[in-house]
Design a protein around this ligand. Sequence first.
Ligand code: ZN
Length: 257
Amino acid sequence: MAHGEDVLQRLVVMSRRLADPALDCVILAEGNTSARIDGESFWVKASGFKMAGIGPEGFVAMRTAPLLGLLDEGRLSDEEVKAHLAAARLDPTVALRPSVEAVLHAIALTAGGAQYVGHTHPTAVNAILCSRRAEEAYAGRLFPDEIVICGPAPVYVPYTDPGLPLAREVYQRIRGYIEAHGETPKVILMQNHGLVALGRDPDEVEAITAMAVKTARVLLGAFAAGGPHHLSQEAVNRIHTRPDELYRRQLLKGQAG
Ligand SMILES: [Zn+2]
């Protein structure tokens, strides 16, 4: 499990950093994170743990296939879902319970194309997502660096009961996004709930989260100044596909050279 342990160590560091109080993304036991171990399994935060100061003991390894299989099941009671989640643990002898959003993480790490996932409830992002104009606010992009880091658009998900119903809705909307854009998303925005950042590595998850928080703050200011002026689709497409912007994306992520 050497590979899995390395992934876990990086996930622990990422989770602690996302929980930095200065970022105002999570308090108490809010939020959860995950990382792909291989094609068959992943780590996810266990239920009840705080992300701040979390250690490797706060994560549980899950088998991916049985969780994705729940998407095709009929209606399941909360107790049935809990039993399925417990049965999907890689090591059934560990006492930890996976986060109720474990199925959502399994989707983000497969259909969503991510290697690392950070789900948080940033105050600035939720100020928009809990407003009457949430969908309108996120119907377009606002500035170039937002596109560079967060992609050409977010996946927007109307409020859905957390757990399996939310996971099913997210799955459908990720599929719709891939059909529309020809690539996997970077950001999922869940109305009246929060943010999911989908990254290739921990640095990208942190960069996406920071940029989503900045975007939300810009939106709050834009609404105070008469409402957001979204970039045209043509402008968004140009930024998203320009070679110099691709280079800048590498630089912003500190991966160039
Ligand atoms: Zn949440």
